[in-house]
Unconditional design. Structure first.
Length: 430
């Protein structure tokens, strides 16, 4: 089960028996500084301080499973490895010399690593569960999670912020357009996000704001661009929207988007007809969404902004011409929370990052603590294992942990994995 990444991890944290260390030639070894792990080309650890015999060496440390890997990897001819002061291996199968003919000092760790550490690592690597460390979780206290959760959530925010900044470049620095397009995609949900984003791209905010006082025209523009006004009129309201759209489409020389709306496998409350009407009402009620976002300090104020209801026609319809029991189509708190977590907060975080206004970044992080956790398969899995998911911060961190660490078994890069392996460094348990 030993591999080079595990060996690097063990050396980085010095999880091995360091008593009476000797090179393969019998010289005493004292590790004063293990070095800094190098993630790029060159030796594994740089700036190490190693005492070998009576000499104190400053330089690099290279690690391999077998000493012969040095030659297989071509290090002998690579000048990056001239300053190697110690070659650390799992097993020695060959005596090595540098290109000057000097013996390369080698330290073997095969019999110095705690068996408990190796068995725990093996169990995690071989676990069939989506969460490799699931069997060890009951032994961890909540304090072990606290700082790691926030770091995970920030990792996720940073990645989302990168996407926001790509959108900003596409929109030539126009933050209002970025927020509009991302909100539109969010309103579309999983199945219609691309369609809704295409609609937003086809209708600039300045164009839409010319009709801000006419929710019927906003609705006609959104539904028409989304190919929801193409059929023969099903009733008078349908016909009136078609007329509005035909006039506006001609006036602005609009081209409908290529994608068609999806209705299958979704709840009626999430139908694109209803969501686009709600989106139209959001535009009707708010002229400066991004500016409002920057001015507000409490997440509940933004949540109140999303308290919109579709136009009255949709009180008794989900699709044109198909009557349904009376039910005002108000955007639910769960959907508003999703928009906050997946759109509003990443945009605010990205804005703070872009302009180096760190109070916006901090505000975005704090908002996650104040919002409810989303209920999905990932959060339920963690809760079933006894890990509380109380807030959006918890939920986002667990999603990041599952997707970026657990799914690829990056247990050695995970603070939880480190914590599980940490007690196993008791060198008496060999």
């Amino acid at each position: 089960m030993m591999n080079e990444r595990l060996l690097q991890f063990i050396w980085q944290f010095q999880y091995f028996n360091k008593q009476q260390l000797q090179t393969t030639e019998g010289e005493d070894v004292v590790i004063e500084k293990a070095g800094t792990w190098n993630h790029h080309q060159g030796p594994d650890f740089s700036e190490a301080l190693i005492r070998i015999g009576q000499t104190r060496w400053a330089g690099h440390v290279e690690l391999h499973l077998q000493s012969s890997d040095w030659e297989q990897h071509g290090h002998g001819a690579d000048r990056h490895y001239d300053r190697i002061v110690l070659h650390v291996v799992w097993k020695e199968d060959k005596v090595l010399y540098d290109h000057y003919g000097n013996l390369i000092p080698t330290l073997v760790l095969e019999n110095r690593i705690p068996g408990l550490l190796l068995s725990r690592y093996r169990e995690m690597m071989e676990a069939p569960s989506e969460i490799p460390c699931h069997s060890f979780l009951p032994a961890l206290d909540e304090l072990s999670w606290f700082a790691w959760k926030e770091r995970l959530a920030v990792e996720r925010l940073n990645r989302k912020a990168d996407h926001v900044l790509q959108q900003l470049e596409r929109n030539k620095g126009h933050w209002e357009e970025v927020l509009w397009q991302m909100l539109a995609a969010g309103f579309g949900g999983k199945l219609n996000s691309v369609l809704f984003e295409q609609v937003a791209l086809s209708l600039s905010l300045p164009l839409l704001m010319r009709h801000q006082g006419r929710p019927d025209q906003l609705e006609a523009l959104l539904l028409g661009q989304a190919n929801l006004l193409n059929d023969l009129p099903a009733d008078t309201y349908h016909a009136s929207l078609q007329d509005e759209y035909a006039y506006l489409r001609h006036k602005y020389e609009l081209m409908r988007v290529s994608r068609m709306p999806a209705f299958l496998r979704m709840r009626p409350a999430g139908f694109p007809t209803v969501r686009l009407s709600q989106l139209a009402m959001l535009l009707h009620r708010n002229t400066r969404l991004f500016a409002t976002l920057c001015e507000i300090s409490e997440p509940r104020q933004i949540m109140a902004t999303f308290n919109v209801t579709a136009t009255p026609y949709w009180n008794s319809h989900y699709r044109f011409g198909e009557a349904s029991p009376f039910q005002p189509k108000q955007l639910g708190m769960q959907m508003a929370g999703t928009l906050m977590v997946n759109t509003v907060i990443p945009v605010l975080f990205a804005y703070g990052t872009y302009h180096k206004i760190y109070r916006y970044r901090e505000r975005a992080i704090q908002w996650l603590y104040h919002l409810s956790a989303e209920d999905n398969r990932i959060t339920r899995n963690w809760q079933e294992l006894g890990i509380p998911v109380r807030s959006a911060m918890d939920a986002q961190s667990m999603i990041e942990l599952t997707n970026s660490y657990c799914a690829t078994k990056k247990c050695l890069e995970c603070a939880v994995g480190n914590k599980i392996l940490y007690p196993a460094r008791n060198h008496n348990k060999m």
